[in-house]
Design a protein around this ligand. Structure first.
Ligand code: UDP
Ligand code: MG
Length: 323
């Protein structure tokens, strides 16, 4: 019998949180009579999360907890994918381990799916953001840019905290790309999504794994993964520069014919050489970003490698990865 609801929880250095989120979810959903499966993915933690999860698993041999243990840190996106692959429930909810996203909100999502059969997914978004002005500014710029460049919609403030039906979970699993950008995949697979505002809590314990540079790299992944507009920049720049060069040459010829031979300006020449060199390097860089992704995807490496899966009452060790 499939469970009513599976939780997918990526955990990286969350030793202080895994037990708390497990109990919090149970205390919210058990009184409702909703049968649960909780899939916790240990994404190569270095702080004893693995041992804590094992302990938790031993303490709950009823089959409601599954632990997927990675061989190293593969990142949150890989952990979400692994969790989804192991989730068997009729509905699936992705939630962080740090209790910033309350299970009570997940219950509201569950009810919305009950009441609105026309929706396949409920996504929580932050209407009030608890973050610095500078970060907010960059996030605003990112969303404006990516929405202009891509055909699919990216909703600002929408997190990975969402619940969807089995059909959407299967659709997400069918997207096997290596460079995963969940916000893009959720939007790309389609389905009707209900957006629900929620308030993010403070982290229960530990620290956030994101910093500005990681976020920047993530933003680049998002844009490159869902748009080829940057590639077109080279064509447009090339055309504009050629037009400019032709006009400038005509001006120079006329000037030379009327005023005689002029000693060319050293600064202007150097300026143009540097500018053109810069633009060429930029375009090579953009081409390189796309090529690198083709290269990595071409190797067809698995998205993650599992060291061990704990499920049901038996311990099943496997060293194979999923693609
Ligand atoms: N996480 C993960 N692998 C990583 C980084 C993060 O599985 O390499 C998990 C982390 O344990 C947490 C969730 O992803 O459950 C969100 O991470 P975090 O709280 O650091 O992000 P924030 O809430 O600050 O956006
Ligand atoms: Mg967090």
């Amino acid at each position: 019998m499939p469970k009513n609801l599976s939780f997918v929880i990526p955990c990286y250095n969350e030793v202080g949180n895994v037990e708390a989120i497990f109990s919090a979810i149970h205390s919210v959903f058990d009184p409702e009579g909703i049968t649960l499966e909780i899939v916790m993915v240990n994404d190569g933690s270095k702080d004893g999360t693995r041992e804590k999860l094992r302990e938790l698993f031993m303490a709950h041999p009823d089959g409601s907890l599954k632990v997927v243990d990675f061989s190293r840190n593969f990142g949150k996106e890989a952990a979400i994918f692994a969790g989804l692959s192991h989730a068997t429930g009729e509905r699936v909810c992705i939630i962080d381990a740090d209790l910033q996203q309350r299970p009570e909100v997940a219950l509201s999502m569950y009810r919305i799916l009950d009441e609105k059969p026309e929706y396949d997914c409920v996504a929580a978004y932050q209407d009030q953001r608890k973050e610095g002005k500078v970060l907010s500014f960059f996030k605003n710029c990112f969303y404006r840019l990516i929405n202009r460049m891509c055909d699919i919609d990216f909703i600002q403030g929408a997190s990975d905290f969402r619940m969807f039906r089995r059909n959407m979970a299967d659709a997400i699993l069918s997207v096997k790309e290596y460079h995963r950008f969940s916000k893009g995949i959720f939007s790309w697979v389609g389905f009707e999504t209900f957006f629900m505002p929620y308030e993010v809590q403070e982290r229960a314990s530990g620290t956030s794994k994101w910093n500005f540079f990681k976020l920047f790299a993530y933003a680049i992944d998002g844009i490159i993964g869902y748009s080829t507009v940057p590639l077109r920049i080279s064509t447009v720049l090339g055309v504009l520069l050629s037009i400019f060069a032709v006009v400038y040459m005509i001006v120079l010829v006329i000037k030379t014919l009327i005023l005689g031979i002029d000693v060319p300006g050293y600064v202007t020449t150097l300026g143009f050489v540097l500018l053109l060199g810069g633009i060429q390097l930029l375009i090579l860089g953009i081409l390189g970003e796309y090529m690198a992704r083709v290269y990595i995807q071409g190797k067809d490496r698995p998205i993650y490698i599992v060291k061990e899966v704990l499920e049901g009452t038996e311990n099943d060790s496997s060293a194979d990865g999923e693609k």
